[in-house]
Design a protein around this ligand. Structure first.
Ligand SMILES: NC(=O)c1ccc[n+]([C@@H]2O[C@H](COP(=O)([O-])OP(=O)(O)OC[C@H]3O[C@@H](n4cnc5c(N)ncnc54)[C@H](OP(=O)(O)O)[C@@H]3O)[C@@H](O)[C@H]2O)c1
Length: 254
């Protein structure tokens, strides 16, 4: 309780090879946590974990697609072997298919839900026994400002992000008796491979910057810092909350 760090914490971060998940892993390793990452591209997982280990950091990982029930089982087995408990679960994986609502095929809507919402729901359920054994355990769901306002990212994406926030509130209450905190972090536009196609459109970029009091796009390290804070014992009385990392966007009416 005396230190602003994550010493002794064992953390799983989904989607830890790129963007916000990668930055969260860097931050948590720097703060003393042991970190296990998963992502689909095996070569990238192996390269990233090797790079961290070469720096003497306690990083582990495995290739897994969080939308696959078999892969989720393999993640739970790997964590059971590695630590036998879990202190921090960061549900970070997310994707988007951007198009006008009337043009979505049902399969496209389902795939956005499968990746952004159902995979996190199922993984969180599956890892509950390990979280119960965790020390000062917490779950952090990476949502988005698109949960609350339309940011032209498409209705399905916003719907999944809104559902993640309600999952956060409901589980915070239901799992409080088990000592498991559940919070969310909601980034605004952040420089990552996911946002790159939007940020490359000069008109969109200008509209985003005009709407952002701090006048710039977030770097992945900025939402990652909020994720790391929520994982700390220093945040021990914070549960059911959503930290919005948006450069002032939500506070800005005009
Ligand atoms: N960037 C933004 O502007 C922004 C704004 C608000 C909210 N967010 C949210 O922040 C989170 C992270 O976004 P990001 O921008 O960092 O994304 P990103 O740059 O696209 O990185 C996504 C990470 O997740 C992995 N991944 C994707 N699908 C996966 C799957 N099915 N199974 C396992 N791993 C998977 C990717 O690796 P592989 O491809 O190898 O699987 C990669 O490591 C998402 O939930 C996103 O919705 C982002």
């Amino acid at each position: 309780m005396n230190h602003w760090n994550l010493a002794g914490k064992c953390a799983l971060i989904t989607g830890g090879t790129k963007g916000i998940g990668w930055a969260a892993a860097e931050e948590m390793l720097a703060l003393g946590a042991e970190v296990f990452i998963v992502a689909r591209q095996e070569g990238e997982v192996v390269a990233q974990v090797s790079e961290w280990q070469a720096r003497g950091l306690p990083a582990f990982g495995s290739a897994a697609d969080v939308t696959s029930p078999a892969d989720r089982e393999r993640i739970a087995e790997a964590l059971t072997r590695q630590w036998g408990r879990l202190d921090v679960l960061v549900n970070n994986v997310g994707m988007n298919i951007r198009k006008p609502f009337a043009e979505y095929a049902e399969a496209e809507i389902r795939s956005v839900f499968e990746t952004n919402l159902f995979s996190a729901v199922a993984l969180t359920q599956l890892l509950f026994p390990l979280l119960q054994k965790g020390r000062g355990a917490s779950v952090i769901n990476v949502s988005s400002v698109a949960a609350s306002v339309d940011v032209r990212s498409g209705a399905p994406y916003g719907m999944t992000k809104a559902a993640e926030l309600q999952l956060t509130r409901s589980l915070a209450v239901e799992w409080a008796p088990f000592g498991i905190r559940v919070n969310a972090v909601s980034p605004w536009y952040t420089r990552t491979p996911l946002a790159e196609p939007v940020l490359q459109q000069p008109e969109r970029l200008e509209a985003i910057l005009r709407r952002t009091p701090l006048g710039r796009i977030a770097e992945a390290e900025e939402p990652a810092a909020a994720i790391a804070f929520l994982a700390m014992d220093k945040a021990s009385y914070i549960t059911g909350q959503n930290i919005i990392v948006d450069g002032g966007m939500a506070a800005c009416g005009l």
